[in-house]
Design a protein around this ligand. Sequence first.
Ligand code: PMP
Length: 392
Amino acid sequence: MGLVDPQSLALGPSLWYRTPARMTKFARRMDRVEMSGIRRIFDLARQMTDAVDLSLGQPDFDVPGPIKRAMIEAIERGYNRYTVTQGMPELIEGLRRHLQRDSGFKDGGILVTAGTAGGLFQALAVLVEDGDEVVVPDPYFALYYHLVNFFGGKPVLLDTYPDFRIRPEKLEALLTPRTRVIVFNNPVNPTGVAYRPDEVAAICDVAKRHEVLLLSDEIYSAFSYDFPHESVLKHDGNALLVGGFSKTFAVTGWRLGFAAGPRDIIEKMAVLQQFSFVCANAPGQRAAITALDVDVSAYVDAYRKKRDFVVAALKDRFDFVRPQGAFYVFPKCPWGDDEAFVRKAIENKLLIVPGRATSKRTSHFRLSFAVSDRQLERAVEILNKLADQNRA
Ligand code: PMP
């Protein structure tokens, strides 16, 4: 254990009084990062018994058997040491084949990362410096906003309310000579929007005309319910793709992701990986080679059914966009602001995420439907009751 027991943080500042100020003077970049609002809800959940938890974005299904066995076997067969920084060559080749087949990837570089979050961290670290502008569609996955700030950049928010789709002309209007990166997420956390080929092409067209790098987070690519996922790589040979294994194979704790794109960017990210994460989880990389060929369509079909169930169950009392991908719904609060509504939900043993954790607006909330059918039934019952309470 380090100098500070994390448990003591929960007990308040009294335990800190002897810590010399010199030791708790933090780098100024930390002033620009706040604790994730989603984590805060998660911490609350741990103290509650019998709550329905729709707050965290991770699949409820178990890791598919062949992937589990590949992981166990990898550990037993000695894949427990550092791998090369870039990732195991067989995994990189497997990723290349899959990206060429499914995403129109041509001849860029590939880096195996410590989760998609690791890939995003490295991409933004090597690309963004003081004063650089980074376009981030709002609502957003919170990490984009905080990391851009952390690296000294300025998040320029592209408001996508009320239908949560990016309009190319609105995107174009935000670009300036200081724009360094456009962040794109498809399918979107938290709204469930998924983009069709013509929309992806139009967004790529703006990036290409302005010679701005598109950083596309496609971690939910497997969870596209109404049409096949369309990658930016099909339309923009200079885009940088990040993705991962966490959601598709229910291995969020394994920390496995990848980045694919222009070789010079990937090489810079690998340099930073050498001095930060070193490499991605080694036995996990072995298991990931197996995972690439595991068919998850039955899981996706089950999630489509969950999507249909939530949509049907909430549509009369809530205002929301029908999700086409990922596993979230982002409804407008039927009354009050997000904090008031979420507080009431928590009092009723339902954990959801206030919109402000993932947007500049405070009118919506996020729920994850990646939970058991029983939990989902309980959740919609509570939500509908809360909506009716206000009507009464
Ligand atoms: N991107 C998005 C849009 C996400 O929702 C998440 C996880 N919630 C991540 C990246 C991070 O995923 P990973 O576990 O691969 O780091």
